[in-house]
Design a protein around this ligand. Structure first.
Ligand code: PGA
Length: 257
């Protein structure tokens, strides 16, 4: 399976950046049909243009968030079906920045999951431990709880999920330049995978991304781990010059498989 590299621009970017970035992605993808999937998640005002600018079938777009409601009087919110309508394929749910800054808890995340699934988006479900959790060596327990709280919620029981992307993002690694040991990440994902494959049978297809200070220098060491199928990238996704090397790294990993 080709790796998936997702660019999470957060609240960064401009029309100019979008044009340049998409142009370079198109050149990269036209060169030799590289076996790597890419997702560009710009801020909402740029989403429809991103979809129109990118024409390679392996290059997708998506939202960084969606509303926990289908439609209606929710000033400022953007629904999952609007993301789909604008050509989006993915939507991030449960990013730690939204859990923390927007106080998003389990009920909200479950409602967003339902909206995303109904709109036929692929949820990129983020989870990860804080510095304190890491210091207390309870990363696995915290991650498992974050997954179980949402995926075993009564409202999601019996709901079939065609495709879910699980993104492990230790909070202490996001935007800090610090990264966990890739072998430790693999071990943690292996334990989570054991749980997910045994217990969450409503998910037909799933994969794992690593996120947190990913760069061209460290990506290969994460992608060499068998449970890590791609990356969710913030800072290094803000320029084509730092993002395209990540795609190249993922291609190299595929050809060495
Ligand atoms: P970062 O962000 O790559 O800037 O650490 C990752 C993320 O928050 O998804």
């Amino acid at each position: 399976m080709p790796a998936l590299i997702v660019a999470n621009w957060k609240m960064n970017g401009s029309k100019d950046l979008l044009l340049k970035f998409c142009e370079e992605l198109n050149v990269f993808y036209s060169r030799n049909n590289p076996p790597v999937l890419c997702g560009l998640l710009p801020p909402f005002p740029y989403l429809i243009s991103a979809h129109e600018l990118l024409y390679h079938p392996q290059c997708h777009t998506g939202g960084q968030d969606c509303a926990p409601f289908k439609s209606g009087a929710y000033t400022g919110d953007v629904s999952a079906s609007m993301i789909r309508d604008c050509g989006g394929r993915y939507v991030v749910i449960g990013h730690s920045e939204r859990r923390q800054r927007h106080a998003e808890g389990t009920e909200t995340l479950v409602a967003k999951m339902i909206c995303a699934l109904q709109a036929e988006l692929v949820p990129i479900f983020c989870f990860g431990e804080s510095t304190e959790d890491a210091e207390a060596e309870r990363g696995f327990e915290v991650c498992l709880k974050q997954i179980r709280d949402v995926f075993e919620h009564p409202s999601l029981q019996g709901v079939s999920m065609h495709h879910v992307v699980f993104a492990y993002e230790p909070i202490w690694a996001i935007g800090t330049g610090a990264t966990p040991n890739p072998a430790d990440v693999n071990k943690l994902l292996g334990r989570l995978d054991h749980y997910i494959s045994e217990n969450l049978s409503t998910i037909s297809q799933y994969e794992y991304l690593y996120g947190g200070s990913v760069t061209a220098d460290n990506l290969a060491s994460f992608l060499s781990q068998n449970y890590i199928q791609g990356a969710l990238v913030g800072g290094a996704s803000l320029k084509a010059e730092t993002f395209i090397p990540l795609l190249e790294t993922a291609v190299a990993r595929n050809s060495s498989d």
